[in-house]
Ligand binder design. Structure first.
Ligand code: B12
Length: 243
């Protein structure tokens, strides 16, 4: 049994009750599909995890976080909440060195530090549908962004962070393939068009019958422009200290 088994169990124990999902991968699986400018610079068999937020994260983590702590007015509230839980998870492993990389982190040249969708795909968490997954695609020269679909949540989730256990080798970690839950060409075309042209209406999220979706409150929160979200939280009764 590799060290990853125990670590995975402990991480899931810390994060699943909070509405997160955790999926392990080896750095080499991620680097193996990416151009070198995007590579993570760790030895190939280094153990890493991708962390997703499921629909219930809002109720299980975000609301209690708002109720318990003082939000800082200058940082995105969800990001503060996610960082809080990643710190708590990190504290469970005092003997390991863990690098936490968030979805919004960029290098000075503006390149994202981690491509979260690729990490989700190679860990088996959620299939990453890209234009190259559509045979003879109809989009010509247009740029089409890809989208990950989760077998249980459809598009109702986000990919929040990658945790790298820099001192652990995952030599015995078996690869889990992501579930191809949008197998048809026409369905994939519709999915990518919805994600690219109509993402605001959220239809791409319902490409399959999801087991859990965002609550009405959560949908309203994410539909609100980031600059106005603090105002919404204040209306919901969570005071925000002035800058
Ligand atoms: C920059 C960014 C944007 C930009 C540009 C989008 C883009 N994809 O480039 C803009 C502002 C337009 C944007 C918009 C949105 N975004 Co955005 N965005 C990002 C961000 C921060 C980085 C994406 C990026 O720059 N990728 C770089 C490009 C080059 O990567 P790529 O196209 O995947 O190319 C690589 C792969 O093809 C790979 N590759 C090659 N071959 C193979 C083979 C295999 C098998 C695999 C796996 C990979 C692979 O190699 C390429 C690089 O060399 C990510 C978070 C993150 N850190 O990843 C969120 C993210 C992609 N966005 C997300 C979302 C939801 C959105 C929006 C709906 C808005 C929102 N937040 O609600 C819209 C939808 C798109 C639209 N219609 O505008 C989600 C997607 C979730 C999902 N289910 O997939 C992410 C992951 C954020 C998150 N925390 O969950 N976004």
């Amino acid at each position: 049994m590799g060290a990853h088994v125990e670590i995975l169990e402990k991480l899931r124990g810390a994060l699943e009750p909070q509405g997160f999902e955790v999926h392990p991968f080896q750095v080499s699986w991620y680097n193996g599909v990416l151009e070198s400018v995007f590579h993570l610079s760790y030895p190939p068999d280094t153990l890493a995890f991708v962390v997703l937020s499921s629909p219930s994260m809002f109720e299980k983590s975000f609301k209690p976080f708002l109720a318990q702590r003082k939000l800082q007015s200058l940082r995105d509230p969800i990001d503060q909440c996610v960082a809080h839980h990643m710190r708590l998870a990190q504290e469970k492993f005092p003997l390991h060195k863990i690098d936490v990389i968030y979805d919004y982190e960029l290098h000075p040249n503006r390149r994202p530090k981690v491509l979260m969708q690729t990490a989700a795909h190679v860990s088996g968490a959620a299939y990453y549908y890209q234009r190259s997954d559509v045979e003879e695609d109809p989009w010509g020269k247009q740029k089409m962004f890809g989208v990950c679909i989760h077998p249980r949540f459809g598009g109702w989730f986000a990919i929040r962070a990658v945790l790298v256990f820099t001192d652990v080798q995952a030599t015995h970690l078996a690869k889990t393939l992501p579930i191809d839950c949008v197998p048809g060409r026409e369905e994939r075309i519709k999915l990518l068009e919805n994600f690219n042209y109509n993402w605001r209406d959220g239809k791409y999220r319902d490409v399959l019958a999801a087991e859990e979706r965002y609550s009405a409150e959560q949908t309203l929160y994410f539909a609100t422009p980031p600059a106005e979200r603090l105002k919404l939280l204040e209306m919901w009764g969570h005071p925000i200290p002035p800058c």
